[in-house]
Write a protein that binds this ligand. Sequence first.
Ligand SMILES: *Cc1c(COP(=O)(O)O)cnc(C)c1O
Length: 349
Amino acid sequence: MKDIERLINPHILNMAPYSSARDDFKGEAEVYLDANESWFEGEVKCNRYPDPECVEVRKLLESVLSLPFEKTVLGNGSDEIIDLLIRIFCEYGKDSIMIMRPTYGAYKVFAATNNIEVVNVPLTPSLELDMDAIKSAIDKDKPKLVFICTPNNPTGKVYPLSQIEEIAKYNSAITVIDEAYADFAPNFESAVSLIDKYPRLCVMRTLSKAWGIAGARVGILVANEYIKSTVVKVKPPYNVSVLAQRAAKLVLSNPESVYSVRDEVLSDRERLQCEIAKLPFVREIIPSEANFLAVRVLDADELYKYLMERGIIVRNRTKEPFLDGVLRITIGSKIENEKLMEALLGYSK
Ligand SMILES: *Cc1c(COP(=O)(O)O)cnc(C)c1O
C-alpha cells in the first residue's frame, strides 16, 4: 500500500476519521438514544440518520452489477466522488489532474474549486485517445489523477479496454475511469476487472443515467480497499441520504424494468440516428454507445435557438475542441423523440 500512500495528501493520511453514532455502535438494538434524532417517524420515515456505509445498497450493487462489495463506496452522485478524489490526492495550489477534452465538464470545475491545475491532452480529431500524447504528458506534468471517461460524454465513444490498461500500467499516479454510461454500451468491458492487477486504478459508476435516479444522487466508486477506506475516512459520514438509499434499493431490486427502458432507449437511438442522418442540414452523427447522440449540423447555434423556441432543449457543444457544429441530444421518451423529429423536419437550411 506504500505505492498508494505516497500519493495521498499527508494531512489526509494523518487525520483521524470522524466517528459517528452509527460508527460507535454497529449492532442491532431495541432503543436508540445515541444520535439526538427525533423518535417521531411521521410520514416520510427518515427521522433516523442513514447508514454511512450503505451496506444494503452495496450488496445489491454486487449481486446486480457485479461490483465487488468490499471495493465500493457511495457518493452523493459521482460528482462528489470526483471532488473527494481530488481532495484526497491533490495538494491545493500545487498538483494537477489530467483530462482528455472534449469530455465531461465537471472534472475541471472540481479542479478549479480545489485550486488544482488541469492538464488537457486533446483527443485525436477522430475523438480517440491520443496514447503517445497522454504518455508524454504523464511524464512531463506528473498529474495526480488521470480521468478517462468511457463511454465518453459528449461523444458517446467507448475506448478499448487495452488502451485503458496501457495507461493504468504507464501511470504511476491514480487513473480514474468514469463509466457513467456503461449500461448503454452493448458488450461493454468494464475496467473493474483491472483493479486487482492495477491497484491505482479506480472506476466510477452512477445510478443517475440508465438507473433513472439522477434526482436521488447516488454515485459509486469501485477501488482498491486502501483507496476505498481513505475515501470512507474523508467523505461526510451521511453523504447518501435515507431517501437516496431507499431509491437505490428500489431500482436495484427491480432491474428488469430498468433494462427494458434501457433497451427501448437503445432501439430509439438507432432509429433516431437513421432519421436524423437523412436531414439535409446534418453533416455527421458520431456513433454513440450512450443514451445521447452527438449530431454535427451546419449551424449549431441557430438550430439550438430554433429548438429552444419550440420548447426543446438540447446541449450545444459547438465550442468544444473537434465538436464544431455539434449538438448533444439525449434520447427521450417516444413522445419526446417524436416532438424532436417533428421540429427538426420543420427546420430547413
Ligand atoms: C452525468 C455524468 C456524471 C454525473 O453523475 P452523478 O452521479 O449524477 O453525479 C458523471 N460522469 C459523467 C461522464 C456524466 O456524464
